[in-house]
Design a protein around this ligand. Structure first.
Ligand code: FAD
Length: 388
């Protein structure tokens, strides 16, 4: 029996322990949070349409169903030369390792003046509190934006910024306060949303115009201040609430570890998910890894899950002496149901096609249904559908 250790209890890590549940090996999941945070549905927390706990799934509950060992602790470094992971409170040895700790964030001056939906889950609640204050005040200025990482274009996360903007607008309209608020969108790249497909950017621009959203695009951000965003051309955008998603960067633990990294700080892996280097027993999946692929490739939850599934298959084949290996590369795609509060747009981009399909009303409920399905299927209360 081998000891397979999985680092990080997010999308990639949970998929890995799920796939390892019948392997007959000792499996240990290590994470610093007791729950999985289901980021895709967390967009409804700040607008008070979802309770925080409904965007979580307890790892202890998952452990009871799937029978892995669970350690809640902070990972401080990985020593792959000695097959060890160092935690704040102990050191763990492994035969095989799957690293799935998500990404770090690009640093930017004044980030403490912003709220993000992509970092510490508790920020979704602070953002809700600030939005509640503005609603009580009856007027305000709210800005939504995201940043880029020139060293790794796959580390940009724009979709949730658009989703939050549309959800805030929808809520303000429901409360008949929309005409009392100024809504702005900002991003340093010239064509934010372009990854969704060539139509994507034009459709978003059209939508912003219809909603009277002020746009500040194509100018780099110099700094955030308590009540404004300052751009590099010294123009300023006043804001009572700034929602900003920094681009992804290398996870801080990797600086203290001995794995091979890309220039942007992500773990270098081959198509099978195996980390480059002398050792054959370390795999990395999800946002922490550098993705190969076309310009439009983006780090997403479903990619983390595919990578985890294949990393598990490849590890088990390696243990069993089976030479077959699986590659995530053919499965690269963007799949996004972009919620607008009462509808959604389904976008799908693959190596060969781009689809952009408006889904009035039903799209919103599809996304809600997906959150329910994700939790229930991981807990084995309902069967998993192929490809999901
Ligand atoms: C608001 C939002 C909406 C999104 N919507 C979609 C969508 O619609 N579709 C889609 O496919 N993707 C979506 N994504 C992207 C998706 O959530 C990520 O790609 C996915 O979560 C990556 O999975 P991961 O396992 O690599 O990392 P994560 O899910 O971030 O998990 C990392 C885990 O590692 C743990 N960890 C980190 N550091 C340490 C440490 N030092 N010690 C111990 N544990 C540690 C964390 O606690 C966490 O449990 C969205 C993301 C956000 C933020």
């Amino acid at each position: 029996m081998k000891h397979i250790v999985v680092l990080g209890g997010g999308f990639g890590g949970v998929e890995a322990v799920y796939r390892l549940r019948k392997s007959g090996h000792k499996v240990t999941l290590i994470s610093n949070r007791e729950y999985v945070f289901i980021y895709p549905i967390s967009i409804w927390i700040p607008v008070n349409k979802l309770d925080f706990k409904d965007a979580t799934l307890s790892l202890t509950d998952l452990q009871k169903v799937h029978g892995f060992d669970l350690i809640i602790d902070n990972i401080t470094s990985i020593n792959s030369a000695e097959d060890k992971v160092i935690l704040e409170n102990q050191t763990i040895e492994y035969d095989y390792l799957i690293v799935a700790m998500g990404s770090g964030k690009v640093k930017q001056a004044g980030l403490e003046h912003t709220f993000s939906i992509c970092g510490n889950p508790l920020q979704s609640l602070s953002m809700k509190d600030r939005f509640d204050e503005l609603l009580a005040q009856g007027h305000g200025k709210i800005s939504f934006g995201f940043g880029g990482n020139p060293k790794d274009k796959s580390a940009v996360r724009g979709g949730p910024a658009f989703e939050l903007l549309f959800n805030f607008v929808h809520t303000l309209k429901q409360k008949k306060l929309y005409d009392k608020f100024e809504i702005s969108f900002f991003a340093p790249m010239k064509e934010p949303g372009k990854k969704l497909g060539s139509e994507g950017f034009d459709l978003l621009k059209g939508h912003f115009k219809k909603l009277n959203v002020d746009t500040h695009i194509g100018t780099k951000i110099k700094e955030f201040r308590e009540d404004r965003i300052v751009f590099e051309d010294n123009t300023e955008l006043e804001s009572d609430l700034i929602m900003f998603i920094p681009a992804g960067a290398g996870h801080p633990v990797l600086k203290a570890s001995d794995l091979q990294l890309s220039e942007a700080g992500f773990i270098l892996i081959d198509g099978h998910g195996r980390v480059y280097g002398d050792k054959n027993n370390v795999y990395a999946v999800g946002d922490i890894a550098r993705l190969e692929g076309p310009d439009w490739v983006a780090k997403q939850g479903h990619i983390a899950e595919v990578m985890a599934q294949y990393a598990v298959n490849n590890i088990l084949n390696c243990i069993n002496g089976n030479p077959k290996r699986y590659s995530y590369l053919n499965h690269l795609s963007i799949v996004c149901v972009m919620d607008t509060g009462n509808a959604a747009v389904f976008t799908n981009r693959t190596w060969s096609k781009e689809s952009f399909i408006p889904l009035p009303f039903v799209g919103h409920w599809m996304k809600k249904g997906w959150g329910w399905y994700w939790k229930k299927s991981k807990m084995k209360k309902i069967p998993r559908l192929a490809g999901m």
